[in-house]
Ligand binder design. Structure first.
Ligand SMILES: [Zn+2]
Length: 343
């Protein structure tokens, strides 16, 4: 296998402005039904339904990683796990460890990344593979790959950035929980700004929790600790959605939801997205109707035709009916990886 040392990562792909789906007419927007009961108090609603909700604790480690790589589902203590390559600096704060995986026939970089809840860009960086936004290189069967796997608590980050209110974002009140790793925060901000630019007349994205400044334990979550996770309310087609709710799938704005998911995914920095099954089905149907290729749909969605062999980027995890949970892993934000490679 040719290992190419130069990485071809770009934060954001160049963007096509050719949007083939006509914008929803203002008249239909005005008459769009409001199908959910908006909670009176966004703070308490978020506390009960989302940011620290009892139902929302997406896994750090994929079932396939448990099955294939021998890691523990909780990923609590790196020493307990399989035979990962360990690396030392700031061990208690490291977010990832490396596990060995032998590539199977037909494995692509994206497929392996999503199967094990890591981002294609980070998988490429760790293995010194070339990778670009449009590329999904095939991994030679039999090749040993280092797969970055999440560690459990404690995890944190030294130099965080706060996601502050801006175009296309409506912030839930807990601004002290809007911290993340710098590239993660910038990429989220950019994605919401781009979404807003295309549909400025539609309501902004409802932004829930990221992490506390510096990370660490956030409520009972195993995630939301390392500055790489965000909760986002589902876009709906009605005009002024500012509070958490459970819109019916038919009232969701799949055009914008797909734009956001597609935009982030094509950067190569998304590691996992958690989404309720019926929402997934709606988004899958929308994407398929837009001509997204079956191969890409298979890599992205857990929902789909039977016979799917491997894990996907978008998955079901309980508690994601009123928001989706997006996890980014940006190599530039992972000092532990750089420390590992320097030795
Ligand atoms: Zn979440």
């Amino acid at each position: 296998m040719r290992l190419i040392k130069r990485l071809a990562l770009r934060t954001i792909r160049p963007f096509s402005l050719a949007i083939s789906v006509p914008l929803v007419l203002a008249a239909s927007l005005a008459s769009a039904p409001t199908a959910f009961a908006a909670p009176a108090d966004p703070a308490s609603a978020e506390a009960s339904a989302s940011a620290d909700g009892p139902g929302e604790d997406p896994p750090l480690v994929s079932p396939e990683a448990v099955r294939d790589l021998g890691v523990s589902p909780e990923a609590s203590e790196p020493e307990e796990v399989g035979s990962p390559t360990s690396f030392a600096p700031r061990a208690s704060r490291n977010t990832i460890r490396l596990a060995k995986y032998i590539a199977r026939s037909g494995d692509t970089l994206r497929a392996v990344a999503y199967r094990y809840f890591t981002s294609p860009s980070l998988l490429a960086a760790v293995n010194k593979l070339a990778f670009g936004p449009e590329a999904d290189p095939v991994l030679p069967a039999g090749e040993t790959i280092q797969v970055p796997i999440a560690r459990g608590s404690p995890s944190g980050f030294d130099q965080g950035e706060q996601l502050l209110p801006g175009p296309g974002m409506h912030m839930s009140p807990n601004l002290e929980r809007k911290w993340g790793r710098p590239q993660v925060v910038r990429l989220f901000r950019q994605a919401f700004t781009e979404t807003f630019k295309r549909w400025p007349q539609r309501h902004p994205a409802l932004i829930g929790s990221l992490s506390k400044a510096g990370g660490g334990k956030l409520g009972r979550h195993k995630s939301h600790r390392s500055g790489q996770d965000i909760d986002v309310g589902y876009f709906t087609r009605e005009g002024n959605r500012k509070e958490w709710g459970r819109p019916s799938v038919k009232d969701m704005d799949m055009e914008r939801t797909w734009f956001l998911v597609d935009y982030l995914e094509q950067t190569g920095h998304v590691a996992a997205i958690f989404m309720a099954p019926d929402v997934q089905k709606g988004l899958y149907t929308y994407a398929a109707g837009r001509g997204v290729k079956a191969e890409r749909l298979r890599a992205l969605f857990q929902y789909g035709p039977p016979g799917r062999a491997n894990g996907s980027l978008i998955r079901h995890s309980p508690g994601h009916r009123d928001h989706m949970h997006i996890r980014l892993w940006v190599p530039e934000d992972m000092p532990e990886i750089r420390a590992d490679r320097a030795t």
